[in-house]
Ligand binder design. Structure first.
Ligand code: HEC
Length: 134
């Protein structure tokens, strides 16, 4: 399956999860639990020198990010992080750590892996999904 086909399959899958009367159209299941686990390991190894995980989910973080998307977050992290070595992670590590930050912000894992696709990432608001606690 090429990237575009994978992207539309991914979007179809994530949006059908919401058609059963969910309170809003927030996509769910956009990454897998194992991917978020890998992202957590990346965070511990390569980000925690400068960041606490709480910093990536707390009220100031949400205030900054709630009107932006996972694409904005991913792009910032890829371009600027780690601050002392920007761009030094693999693409896989960057997308995995993005999945982990989504999990920190209340997104539940699902069956699919998050992939580095601008359309998919733009469809995921950083605002905490309805019904999740800060
Ligand atoms: C050497 C220290 C350092 C490391 C390592 C580092 N960061 Fe950062 N990070 C910073 C600093 C400093 C800022 C604030 C930059 C600014 O505001 O211009 C920042 C900002 C951020 C922000 C924006 C936070 C916000 O509230 O808007 C994110 C997201 C982020 N970092 C993610 C990461 C991730 C993910 C990693 C690991 C891949 C990482 N950083 C590794 C120093 C670091």
């Amino acid at each position: 399956m090429d990237a575009a086909a994978q992207a539309s399959a991914h979007l179809a899958e994530t949006s059908t999860a919401d058609t059963g009367g969910a309170s809003d159209s927030t996509p769910s299941g956009v990454f897998s639990a194992s991917q978020a686990g890998r992202g957590r390991a990346v965070f511990v190894d390569l980000c925690s020198e400068c960041h606490y995980t709480s910093e990536m989910r707390d009220a100031p973080f949400q205030f900054t990010w709630k009107r932006r998307t996972a694409w904005d977050l991913h792009r910032l992290v890829v371009r600027d992080m780690p601050e002392d070595a920007p761009g030094s992670l693999s693409n896989q590590q960057y997308i995995d750590v993005t999945a982990y930050i989504l999990q920190l912000n209340g997104y539940p894992p699902g069956d699919l892996e998050l992939v580095r696709d601008e359309a998919i990432l733009r469809a995921i608001p950083m605002k905490k999904p309805a019904g999740t606690r800060p």
